[in-house]
Design a protein around this ligand. Structure first.
Ligand code: SF4
Length: 485
């Protein structure tokens, strides 16, 4: 058997495999209790071996470090685009299917800026791309890169555009032209920022390879709808010395969208089922090609671009270039990406504890909910929008929603009583009235017995909290002047 056939998959690597090559000093510099705990977290994908400082800083561990790098190398190589805080990592996939292991490196979305825009148009577009920001259950969803396209086919115009855009933003770039002379002109102003070069083809691969090697930039290899050619170009470029590659198998809209998805899937299956290392690089999808469709309505083109993007995020694009900047096109992609790249083994949770909402005093209401992120942020949003001053207890239910937590006995009278005690809620207020979610109504009697607090059953939907407080707060036996809304 060859060495390649012996390489373990991520599912076969055990903590012992990692531990054997660690320093085994249990020094704690990684913030873990010991080396075995660190190895376990590496296998789970929660840490990387670079989080062990002695391993990377002490030359006596160099051989062990390189052995671990080989052991942990993902079948789809990780490529870095850009530098500094905004650099993006693409690829780095360990598995074909998400249920096998967490997906890493969420698909970055780059938005195009063409060099035929006026300065005002370009400035406005760059500003919109850089400032696009949407908060979704506590996470900031943002755009990741700018794809600067040469449409005038003029080296000076391209260089001037790149320079101008680079001055305005620290986002990573994709420089887009098939002409090596134009690429060289565009690279000059941003050569220190490690842009992704788009693209090497069968006609220009040597000149593009020279630029990639000279400036240490990753390079896209493009062979639309010809996987054999794509593979052959990769082989040639790797032998030429270019190792940081990104594959563009072509993105078609009409009538070949199905063929596009099949190409992306075939390439990924070749990597994971046939161990084809030549195709083990990140895949670039270009939903922007929707704008080549002969449609009259821009909204139809946007809709097509959105559909292609979401399909490619699912199968198996590691980076996208898009054109639309409308929220209704981009937000579904970002939320879909967020969901796919969330660890399926762990519900998205927030930290348990007491949140102070507004400016509560000792007469303010006390409410309780679970630590499932979507539940918490929905309740928080409803409380804030109604300007309610209160204490909100977040019970640790393992990241489960109220209904699931009650059904799974993760939210019980006992856990509610424990939360009240653990977070010293009695010290915050003079009353003993607790508002529980309507979906946990069946716990009310037991909770009164277990905690000694009087329970008020709240609404099933947190949008009804303000109305509940209007009619039920202050409770009749609460201290005078108990306030709420
Ligand atoms: S930093 Fe490295 S050597 Fe120290 S405990 Fe962590 S894994 Fe072990």
């Amino acid at each position: 058997m060859s060495e390649k056939e012996h390489k373990k998959t991520i599912k076969e690597i055990s903590p012992i495999d990692i531990y054997k090559s660690l320093p085994k000093t249990n020094c704690g510099e990684c913030q873990e209790a010991n080396c075995m705990a660190f190895a376990t977290r590496v296998v789970n994908g929660e840490l990387t071996i670079d989080n062990c400082p002695p391993l990377i800083n002490n030359t006596k561990y160099r051989v062990a470090y390189e052995k671990l790098l080989r052991l942990m190398a993902p079948p789809v190589k990780t490529i870095t685009v850009g530098t500094g805080d905004r650099a993006i990592k693409i690829g780095g996939k360990y598995v074909l299917y998400r249920h096998e292991f967490t997906y890493h490196n969420p698909t970055p979305i780059a938005i195009d800026v063409a060099d035929d825009l006026t300065k005002d148009e370009r400035d406005a577009r760059v500003k919109m791309i850089s400032s696009f920001d949407y908060t979704y259950i506590g996470r900031n969803l943002r755009l990741d890169a700018i794809a600067i396209r040469s449409t005038l086919h003029d080296p000076d115009a391209f260089a001037s555009t790149v320079k101008d855009v680079a001055y305005q933003t620290d986002l990573p770039f994709i420089l887009c032209t098939y002409d090596p002379a134009i690429m060289a002109a565009g690279l000059a102003p941003v050569k220190e920022r490690r842009p992704l070069l788009y693209a090497a083809t069968r006609d220009n691969w040597k000149e593009m390879a020279e630029l990639a090697l000279q400036y240490h930039c990753p390079l896209v290899v493009s062979a639309p709808h010809d996987i054999a050619l794509l593979r052959s170009l990769v082989k040639t470029l790797v032998e030429y010395g270019v190792s940081d590659l990104v594959l563009d198998p072509g993105t078609s809209v009409d009538p070949n969208l199905a063929a596009t998805i099949q190409d992306f899937s075939r390439i990924r299956r070749s990597v994971f089922q046939q161990n084809d290392e030549l195709l083990g690089y990140p895949l670039l999808g270009t939903p922007i090609t929707a704008w080549l469709s002969p449609e009259i309505s821009p909204d139809v083109l946007r809709w097509k671009e959105a559909c292609i993007a979401s399909m490619l995020i699912s199968r198996y694009a590691d980076m996208l270039i898009m054109h639309s900047l409308e929220g209704w096109v981009l937000l579904p992609q970002m939320i879909w990406r967020f969901n796919i790249y969330t660890d399926p083994r762990k519900p998205v949770a927030v930290e348990a504890g007491v949140r102070i909402m507004g400016s509560p005093d000792r007469r303010s209401p006390v409410l309780i909910t679970t630590n499932y992120a979507l539940t918490f942020f929905t309740v928080e949003s409803d409380i804030k929008s109604a300007n309610i001053d209160c204490y909100l207890i977040i019970a640790d239910t393992g990241g489960n929603s109220v209904e699931s937590a009650v059904a799974g006995r993760l939210l019980t009278a006992g856990t509610i009583a424990n939360a009240l005690q653990e977070f010293n809620v009695a010290d915050l207020v003079d009353h003993r009235h607790l508002i529980i979610p309507g979906l946990a109504a069946r716990l009310s009697g037991e909770t009164e017995e277990a905690s000694g607090w009087h329970v008020i059953v709240g609404p099933k939907d947190s949008s009804g909290i303000a109305e509940l407080l209007k009619t039920r707060w202050p409770p009749k036996d609460a201290p005078a002047n108990t306030s709420g809304v």
